[in-house]
Design a protein around this ligand. Structure first.
Ligand code: UDX
Length: 438
């Protein structure tokens, strides 16, 4: 099947290369000159396991073509589907900015000369479909269908998630458009769970609702870690036992320094603004964001406490800058915000991350970057582990100990009993020593 994917960010690149891998003929559009130049050489502007190889393979085998202009992408007379995967960044008030969507729609409208299905892939507020139809309709010369096929894949496991989706959600106005998209998704595999047709707005809302629910789960986990410390229980054991209730589930139960990534916060803020406009009580949604913020401050408090209550002039080492392991993405990364909070309290930051240092350099000021974790340890009075990279889990702790003996482990990657034995002053999330030893 011939498709165009407009926008080669993280979602667009994965989806384009993924459909190409399954035998479809994919034209991927990237407007940004710098990103386009990298992509056409098969180089990704970000780190995502396995994705670069998949892009290169499909380009070499002729199923994936990178172009800079939308018009070039849609000339193909056999084109059946256009997937819109352009960015929807937040505006100051939390509402999503649809300007890239609008630019893409206008470019498509100018050049399209036969019927295709135009589907939203980016997370967009409910009713964007109606707006999109209007923008397209103002200039378009031919018939078209609009649709919403939200993408649920995670960064760091995007390739795996694309080929193994829990479900495929397709919202369309017509049966014909649904059948076209169903055919496209069937190419991923015979067992893929494609849900029956729903309205475009239902599909848009499914994405928002799913992200909100995941974020809520994280808020509960973070709150349990704070409560574990305060009341003296082991939050990991509690969360694990709690997750065995099938109605609750085992996912999103790992305490951390806060939720990062471009989707959860941005989408929830968008949902809040949409619901507020409609007069819906958004108290629960707003509380999720408050708990997430409190978790970031909670980690800063732990660092401050371990260093005697005053961070002014203290050298704090940071391991991990990306918002989770196996990605170079630092957008909404708790590590970045925690570093900025520590700096405001006068701390000097020494940092290392296996993949995200270039990205971090664009947003952080006055940070000393190191070539590995041991150098961070040598330069610091205490270390905060903020991302759970395997490289950190497998560190030689005695070599770290030669640098500093203070660790605040905001990913719970080390064993408190072992750290104590090795002579560390060690703190983690919701695992106070007395509960741990129990
Ligand atoms: C998320 C959703 O999972 C995905 O379905 C949606 O389409 C996009 O947003 P992603 O942004 O890649 O995906 O991140 P995710 O793996 O969900 O993690 C979000 C944040 O929660 C990360 O900062 C992560 O470290 C944190 N997290 C996750 C925890 O702190 N504990 C957990 O148990 C799981």
């Amino acid at each position: 099947m011939n498709i165009v994917v407009v926008g080669q960010g993280f979602v667009g690149t994965t989806v384009g290369a993924g459909f190409a891998e399954k035998g479809n003929s994919v034209t991927a559009v990237e407007n940004d000159p710098e990103r386009y130049n990298l992509l056409r050489q098969g180089i990704l502007p970000f780190y995502e396991p396995e994705l670069e190889q998949m892009v290169q393979k499909n380009m070499a085998e002729g199923r994936l073509r990178i172009v800079q202009n939308t018009a070039d992408g849609i000339k193909d007379p056999d084109l059946e589907v256009i997937l819109l995967a352009v960015g929807t960044p937040p505006k100051e008030d939390g509402r999503p900015d649809l300007k890239y969507m609008e630019i893409a729609a206008r470019e498509i409208a100018k050049s399209l000369d036969h019927h295709v299905v135009i589907a939203e892939k980016s997370t967009v507020p409910i009713r964007t479909g109606e707006w999109l139809k209007k923008v397209l309709g103002e200039h378009i010369k031919c018939d078209f269908d609009i649709a919403a096929c939200p993408e649920f894949l995670r960064e760091s496991t995007a390739v795996h998630d694309f080929f193994n989706p829990d479900r495929i959600v397709i919202g369309t106005e017509t049966e014909q458009a649904y059948e076209t998209l169903r055919r496209l998704y069937r190419s991923i595999g015979d067992n893929v769970n494609i849900l029956p047709r729903m309205a475009v707005g239902d599909a848009e809302m499914t994405k928002h609702a799913s992200n909100m629910r995941l974020y809520l789960e994280l808020a509960v986990t973070y709150l349990m870690s704070q409560t574990g410390d305060a009341l003296g229980f082991n939050c990991e054991r509690v969360l694990n036992a709690m997750g065995m209730d099938k109605r609750i589930g085992p996912y999103f139960k790992k305490p951390g320094p806060g939720a990062g990534g471009f989707c959860l916060r941005k989408d929830l803020e968008a949902l809040i603004s949409i619901c507020k406009d409609a007069g819906v009580d958004t108290g629960l949604f707003e509380q999720i964001i408050k708990i997430d913020d409190s978790q970031r401050r909670y980690v800063v408090d732990k660092v401050e406490k371990m260093l005697g209550g005053d961070l002014n002039g203290k050298r704090v080492g940071v391991l991990g800058l990306s918002f989770k392991k196996d990605t170079s993405d630092v957008r909404y990364s708790p590590a970045i915000e925690i570093i900025q909070m520590l700096q405001r309290k006068g701390a000097k930051i020494i940092a290392y991350d296996p993949k995200a240092m270039n990205e971090a350099k664009r947003v952080l000021l006055d940070v000393e970057y190191c070539t590995d974790a041991y150098e961070v340890a040598r330069q610091s009075e205490a270390i905060a582990v903020l991302t759970e990279w395997d490289e950190f889990t497998n560190l030689n702790k005695m070599r770290i100990r030669q640098g500093t003996h203070r660790i605040i482990d905001a990913r719970n990657i080390f064993d408190p009993a072992i750290m104590k034995q090795l002579g560390f002053e060690y703190d983690s999330l919701g695992r106070p020593m007395k509960s741990y030893a129990a």
